[in-house]
Unconditional design. Structure first.
Length: 154
């Protein structure tokens, strides 16, 4: 097993993070976007992030870390890939409870309609946003972070 350490020269450390060359195999690193959640009333957006890449990507997970609960019973969050900063859906996370603190993601807290890894169109494409919309009740006290985990497709 190859290991890396902070004492390694940068080039050596990077070389050891990538597997050996194989014909027809391309390696890309997973990337992460970290944004603060915004509090808001019903139908407000806790976040809306446009794809920063010039290539299509696959959103592999969205992780929501709620450090201060939203404050109103029944407040939930839906997360999806969308056409713009004011569109929404629930294919990644459906109905995440905003009245409790904790960490949630599409794998363990997908809800009824969520759980999908989705294609995220390149910047300027048809569906180039990941949005999180507050639904059912206000979440005026909401504080936390969202982490969008994705892989560029080239």
């Amino acid at each position: 097993m190859t290991t890396i350490s902070q004492k390694d020269p940068v080039a050596e450390a990077v070389k050891n993070m990538i597997p050996p060359v194989q014909s027809g195999v391309v390696y890309v690193a997973k990337r992460y976007i970290i944004e603060a959640l915004a509090s808001g009333n019903t139908n407000a957006f806790a976040f809306a992030v446009q794809n920063p890449e010039a290539v299509d990507c696959i959103v592999t997970n969205v992780i929501v870390d709620i450090t201060t609960a939203g404050g109103t019973a029944s407040s939930v969050l839906d997360v999806d890939v969308a056409a713009d900063a004011t569109s929404t859906g629930d294919s990644i996370i459906d109905g995440l409870n905003l009245t409790a603190t904790g960490v949630a993601g599409r794998h363990d807290d997908a809800g009824t309609n969520g759980g999908e890894a989705l294609k995220w169109d390149k910047n300027g494409g048809a569906n180039d946003y990941v949005t999180g919309k507050i639904l059912a009740q206000n979440a005026a006290s909401l504080v936390g972070t969202v982490i969008i985990e994705y892989v560029p497709l080239s």
